[in-house]
Design a protein around this ligand. Structure first.
Ligand code: GLU
Length: 480
């Protein structure tokens, strides 16, 4: 950690979640912007867990946030810093501010504060604490009375935030009351802790939600009174739902890793998240390398972004089409522990279905928007006997058709080479001999082999199922 005042040319950014729950979409986007900026500038991306609220924080929440970041592949530098563990250092800075006269002990009592609030209400002006202890001689302090430490904030002039996203935002100092930096129990307040930590961690750029903009003004005052370099600010807009209302569960605004369970790829998720607020011409699809090359905080839009699950789906479909087959297979396998039927599929995988799915990936790629689509579309591969037919499939398998399939099965038995191409040649031949269109064979065949009426090419299906399993299913279909 650096503790000097020299401007830091090496970019250090941070993600500073409060572990009160999971990593939500907004947090994931903030983390991504920071991570990208660090990568783009060859800087560092550090993590600070703002765990000072002991009642609302939990170890599980920290783990959930780290898990979400890991899934998104937003790797951080060094170990996460616990804000709570740094309380002594925060107190030390509060003492320093006291010693330099930039902070003071305030003995205002609750009843006195309540009276001030009431007076403000009566006079219809906004409530601001004006502590008499700002100018009072400390020797007049009541003995053993509890006190807080307040910043002796400037009363004249302005505090200006030069924000990379929001532009120049000006606060009149007379509107900012003297911030409490240490509570009466000696615990540091949020704004003090953030400033001390960001300073000590050498943070050069603070990229976070616009809901922290007013905090930036307060924090600037602390930086200035400590004589520390103020970081550069970038306060990013909120995320709204596609209807323009603030994002909520109703919009499908789930915790970030919920998208893993829905079968989204991290690369697609990053691609989608970055577009929530940042743009590069009309481009929609970005590889991570392109993002790293092009990402700039100045290009983040000021207007709230809109979350649109259909767009996410389209981007995911793009990345599925453009992913390597082995990579997709690995992702599907890694997804299984997170989905309800995963354990059953893992068992089937161990019994041979894994190889079948791997072989089936090329046939499924174009028709899958999510990894769950692969599992859904390929589940006939590990279906147990007897195969269950859906209504449409059952309807196709009438008496004459079963007879036809029985005849075909006899031909297939003789086929020496079991692969998509010879299978296609054989079945086309069969259709011709029977004077039927190919579809008249392929559709019932599909019903018999998959239990449904939709699947990729039936020849691929047969090749992947293998000769024994295909013939077994045909036997069952013709026997019913
Ligand atoms: N802990 C704050 C939050 O989760 C972020 C603080 C910051 O980025 O400065 O909203």
């Amino acid at each position: 950690m650096t503790q000097n005042n020299a401007p830091n040319d090496n970019v250090v950014v941070r993600f500073a979640p409060s572990p009160t729950g999971f990593l939500h979409i907004g947090g994931a986007r903030t983390a991504l912007f920071n991570w990208l900026y660090a990568k783009a500038k060859g800087g560092k991306f550090v993590l600070r867990i703002e765990d000072t609220d002991r009642e609302r924080n939990s170890a599980e929440a920290v783990e959930a946030i780290l898990d979400g970041l890991r899934w998104l592949e937003l790797n951080w530098d060094g170990d996460p810093v616990s804000q709570y563990n740094r309380a002594d250092r925060h107190r030390q800075v509060a003492d320093e501010l006291l010693a330099t006269g930039n902070a003071y002990r305030c003995y205002l009592t609750q009843p006195e504060l309540a009276a001030m609030r009431e007076a403000a209400e009566e006079e219809k002006r906004s409530f601001r604490v004006v502590s008499p202890w700002r100018d009072r001689d400390p020797s007049e302090a009541p003995e053993d009375a509890p006190f807080v430490i307040r910043l002796r904030a400037p009363k004249e002039g302005q505090t200006i935030i030069k924000d990379h996203v929001q532009g120049e935002v000006t606060y009149a100092n007379k509107d900012l009351d003297d911030l409490i930096i240490l509570r009466s129990d000696g615990s540091p307040t949020y704004n003090l802790a953030v400033v001390v930590d960001d300073h000590d961690m050498g943070v050069t750029h603070v990229i976070r939600g616009v809901d922290h903009l007013t905090n930036a003004a307060r924090q600037t005052q602390i930086y200035q009174l400590m004589g520390w370099q103020v970081p550069r600010w970038a306060h990013v807009p909120l995320i709204h739902g596609s209807d323009g209302a603030k994002l909520s569960k109703r919009h499908g605004a789930l915790r970030a890793e919920a998208y893993r369970e829905l079968g989204y790829l991290p690369v697609a998720m990053r691609n989608y998240l970055v577009r929530l607020g940042w743009s590069h011409g009309d481009d929609e699809v970005f590889s991570t390398d392109q993002l790293v090359e092009w990402f700039e905080i100045d290009a983040i839009n000021k207007a709230p972004a809109r979350f649109d699950i259909q767009k996410l789906e389209a981007i995911n479909a793009h990345w599925i089409r453009n992913s390597d087959d082995d990579e997709l297979f690995r992702r599907i396998e890694a997804l299984l522990p997170y989905i309800p039927e995963g354990q059953r599929i893992l068992k089937a995988f161990a019994a041979g279905a894994a190889d079948k799915l791997r072989a089936f990936i090329p046939a499924m790629k174009e028709r899958s928007k999510t990894l769950l689509d692969f599992l859904e579309g390929a589940k006939f591969l590990w279906a147990e006997h007897p195969l269950v037919y859906d209504d449409k499939a059952a309807k196709l398998l009438d008496g004459p058709t079963r007879e036809l399939l029985g005849k075909l099965a006899l031909n297939l038995q003789e086929l020496p080479d079991w692969a998509a191409e010879p299978l296609e040649a054989e079945i086309r031949d069969f259709a011709e001999t029977e004077g039927l269109k190919l579809g008249k064979i392929a559709q019932p065949l599909r019903a018999a082999l998959t239990g449904t009426t939709v699947s990729p090419s039936i020849f691929d299906v047969m090749a992947v199922l293998g000769k024994d399993e295909t013939l077994e299913r045909l036997k069952q279909a013709t026997a019913t």
